[in-house]
Design a protein around this ligand. Structure first.
Ligand code: ZN
Length: 142
């Protein structure tokens, strides 16, 4: 077996992926081949340096996992209503509890939040009409 056979297997040796027979073969070769011994030494040093670099540079900073978990918990669960929608819903429900209902003639009641909602909808329509009128007057100058 020539050197190329062993050179191809040095990574397996460093990774501990060889069986006992293969290790014995390689070690027998290394005992009389300084070139392959040097190759093994350099591969081992490179691997060690990479491992050290990984530990030092790629290790997550302290508290990283906790921050990720906190961020994940803030996200709504899949299929859950969007946060803004849920917030509006909760706000309206609180308003409902706070404001109660208005009694109408005939014994009927109407939730105050609905009145507020209609007020907002009316305001939106009025603002929209106002904008349209503005745009219209620009398109058709008198
Ligand atoms: Zn060799």
């Amino acid at each position: 077996m020539d050197c190329s056979y062993f050179r191809e297997r040095i990574n397996e040796y460093v990774d501990g992926e060889m069986d006992y027979l293969q290790v014995a073969e390689l070690q027998a070769h290394l005992s009389f081949c300084p070139d392959c011994a040097l190759e093994l030494a350099q591969t081992g040093e490179l691997r060690g340096a990479l491992a050290d670099w990984g530990r030092l540079e790629l290790a997550p900073p302290p508290g990283f996992a906790e921050r990720v978990m906190a961020a994940v918990e803030l996200e709504p669960a899949p299929g859950a209503p969007r946060t803004a929608g849920r917030l509006l819903d909760e706000t309206l429900r609180k308003l409902d509890d706070r404001l109660g209902s208005i009694s109408l003639p005939g014994g009927r009641t109407i939730p105050v939040k609905n009145v507020i909602g209609w007020g907002l909808a009316t305001a939106a329509v009025v603002i929209g009409l106002g904008r349209r009128r503005e745009r219209g007057s620009r398109e058709l100058p008198l």
